[in-house]
Design a protein around this ligand. Structure first.
Ligand code: AHR
Length: 508
């Protein structure tokens, strides 16, 4: 197989925020997954697990979304601040337990800062109110002395947190209210208008980033209808401030009567799930085009102070593999992640990278103990899944320019390439998801090679994963490194089956 790597005509930079994460009060994502309490035997920083903090600090998720998901629409932020926390009951996705609210706003924002992440807060549009939202914004971001900024100070945080990203509603077409697009845009207008002036004023440096709840990307007819209708509604009156459109997409694999398993599967299941991941690309392109069409239809500004909504970023606020059996787990939506999930994670991230001109931010569902998890915990036990290794290997692409990779001879449906460049260093990803075939690739590069390195995550069996008992069974490793190599001797590489490789190629 021969591939050619070239500069892309239209410069496309990879926004680091495509590597974001999502945590929710759901199953053990937060309780046990992050929060163990200050008195716990498990080493912690102010009640948050040290093992999890250290692991996430290494991948530095550029963005982290919280408190949900569906839970956001049942969350009252006041329950989770100050000395006395209110206990509530959490039914979301079968969590079925008492939520103590010990991990509240201040704890989340401390956690985000410990892992070098920017917070994205989703407000409660369903059971909350515009007042609750504005007061939350005041508590978090108000500079001037008010009773809410004083309350923040009393909780130990004098300086405003300066949270930029605010989601208004979650999956409003479903669990977030079963709304019509018309109802939702009306509510959105109200909330966006009610937000404190420091957040709303687009001319001010204190302006904040407002995110509209987007379509259910899994349903072709509905998602087209939703996006078109939302854009139409925005055009009906002067549009309020809106910066992003939050699409949700899951790679569902449910099986007969929700029997599909994350660990017990055959070759057919392997290929089906991987095919599912590849379908995301067309969805993103379609949704991007619909948003652009909608923006073109917006009325021209009339008054002096009228602003035209020029752009609205496409965001993928929830994504990941979701197997049928996750619905029946004792810990809600708990899933093991195998090499199959590492491969689909690599495919999705490469789709996001290649479409970085269209998608500006994404957050994977969810970081710990839920669905496409990077980390699994159980009391003192802790393990990094192979999905974690993909995020770690792929960190090198952040802020790079996207390159074009073309296959110039016989193609294989089971191999995927992606490349980016930072100054003179090319990073090339090769995913071979064939179950048996080693692939030999000839790479045609634009120049001489000074340095070369291959990092690889490869399985011998499709079910391979890491467990609490065998935590380092499937780990990425640098398997080759060379200096002062010439193009000829190097660029015939062989790629193992069931593997993801990242090549670092320093050009002369
Ligand atoms: O990530 C799990 C759930 O999936 C989220 O709470 C919800 O937004 C989505 O349906």
């Amino acid at each position: 197989m021969k591939v050619k790597i070239e500069k892309r005509q239209n410069e496309t930079k990879i926004n680091p925020r495509l590597h974001g994460q999502f945590i929710e009060f759901l199953g053990n994502a937060i309780n046990d997954g992050i929060w163990v309490g200050k008195e716990s035997k498990i080493p912690n920083i102010n009640g948050m697990r040290l093992d999890v903090i250290n692991a996430l600090k290494e991948i530095e998720p550029p963005i982290i979304r919280w408190p949900g998901g569906v839970f956001a629409d049942h969350y009252n932020w006041q329950d989770g601040v100050g000395e006395k926390r209110k206990k509530v009951f959490n039914e979301g996705f079968g969590t079925y337990s008492v939520e103590t609210n010990e991990f509240g706003t201040d704890e989340f924002l401390e956690f985000a800062s410990l892992i070098h992440s920017e917070p994205w807060i989703n407000v409660n549009l369903l059971t909350g109110s515009a007042r609750e939202m504005t007061e939350w914004m005041e508590y978090i971001n108000r500079k001037q002395s008010t009773y809410l900024s004083k309350k923040r100070k009393d909780s130990g945080h004098e300086k405003p947190y300066d949270v930029n990203y605010w989601g208004i509603g979650n999956e409003v077409w479903g669990g977030g209210g079963m709304m019509t697009p018309e109802q939702y845009v009306a509510d959105y207008r109200k909330y966006a208008t009610a937000a404190p002036t420091f957040a709303l004023n687009q001319f001010s440096e204190d302006s904040r980033y407002f995110i509209l709840s987007g379509a259910d990307a899994n349903k072709p007819k509905e998602r087209r209808y939703w996006t078109k209708s939302v854009m139409k509604e925005l055009a009906r009156a002067r549009p309020p401030k809106v910066d992003g459109y939050d699409l949700h997409w899951y790679n569902w694999y449910l099986g007969n009567e929700f029997s599909a398993s994350a660990t017990d599967f055959n070759a057919n299941d392997w290929y089906q799930v991987i095919k599912g991941a590849t379908e995301l690309e067309d969805i993103l392109k379609e949704q991007y085009d619909l948003i652009q069409d909608g923006l073109d239809q917006l009325p021209e500004p009339e008054g002096e102070f009228d602003q035209k909504l020029e752009k609205m970023d496409l965001i993928l606020g929830e994504w990941g593999n979701w197997y049928g059996r996750a619905f029946f787990e004792e810990k809600a939506l708990y899933q093991q992640n195998t090499m199959r999930d590492a491969i689909t994670t690599a495919i999705v991230l490469d789709i996001l990278h290649s479409n970085a001109d269209k998608v500006k931010m994404a957050s994977m569902a969810q970081t710990i103990n839920v669905l496409n998890a990077l980390i699994l915990t159980n009391g003192e036990q802790f393990v990094l899944t192979p999905v974690y290794d993909i995020f770690k290997m792929y960190k090198v692409h952040r802020n790079n320019d996207v390159l074009d990779v073309t296959i110039t001879d016989e193609n294989s449906d089971h191999v995927k390439f992606f490349a980016s460049i930072n100054d003179k260093t090319i990073y090339l990803n090769v995913i071979n998801f064939d179950l048996t075939e080693t692939i030999s690739v000839d790479i045609d590069l634009p120049g001489l090679v000074l340095q070369y390195q291959k990092e690889e995550l490869a399985a011998n069996d499709m079910h391979e994963t890491n467990t609490f008992e065998d935590p380092n069974h499937l780990r990425a490793a640098i398997v080759e490194q060379r200096n002062n190599v010439s193009a000829n001797e190097l660029f015939d590489i062989s790629i193992k089956p069931m593997s993801v490789s990242v090549f670092k190629i320093v050009l002369g």
